[in-house]
Design a protein around this ligand. Structure first.
Ligand code: HEM
Length: 119
């Protein structure tokens, strides 16, 4: 079958749960939280939800800014990037996403790495 990653994940409902959990993880991470001080968290949630929906083949457009635009000036290190990915994995674990689907989603997001490090 050719059901999209979006469908396999469980659609909008599951993506919303992942994003909620991810924001929760960030809020409790002393290394990553400082990056988000002064950010509009509602916008972050909305745009990240769109991006995950779009990248997983769901019926969404991404209406946010480019990854380079958004993350420029943050000087994100490799360690902090990797830490953020760990927080996303925690978020997916808490949402009961299988490791197979986690890996597929991470593979879609991984290429953004080079668009945001050390900018
Ligand atoms: C898989 C890697 C990542 C993805 C896919 C991602 C995606 C996004 C998206 C979609 C937005 C919203 C864009 C918009 O508002 O138009 C955003 C914003 C943001 N990201 Fe990332 N991000 C990633 C990694 C990181 C890392 C590693 C950090 C810092 C350690 C970070 C810090 C931020 C912050 C602070 C904002 C809010 C910016 C603002 O207030 O305008 N992101 N990111």
């Amino acid at each position: 079958t050719h059901s999209s990653l979006y469908q396999q994940l469980g659609g909008a409902h599951k993506i919303a749960e992942i994003v909620e959990n991810f924001v929760y993880e960030i809020e409790y991470d002393p290394q990553i939280l400082p990056y988000f001080e002064g950010s509009n968290i509602d916008r972050f949630k909305q745009k990240l939800t769109e991006q995950i929906c779009f990248l997983s083949g769901g019926p969404c457009e991404y209406t946010g800014d480019s990854m380079t635009q958004v993350h420029t000036g943050m000087n994100i290190t490799e360690a902090h990037f990797n830490r953020t990915v760990d927080l996303l994995i925690n978020a997916m674990n808490k949402a009961n996403v299988s490791h197979r689907l986690q890996n597929q989603l991470l593979a879609k997001l991984a290429p953004t790495r080079k668009e945001m490090l050390y900018l």
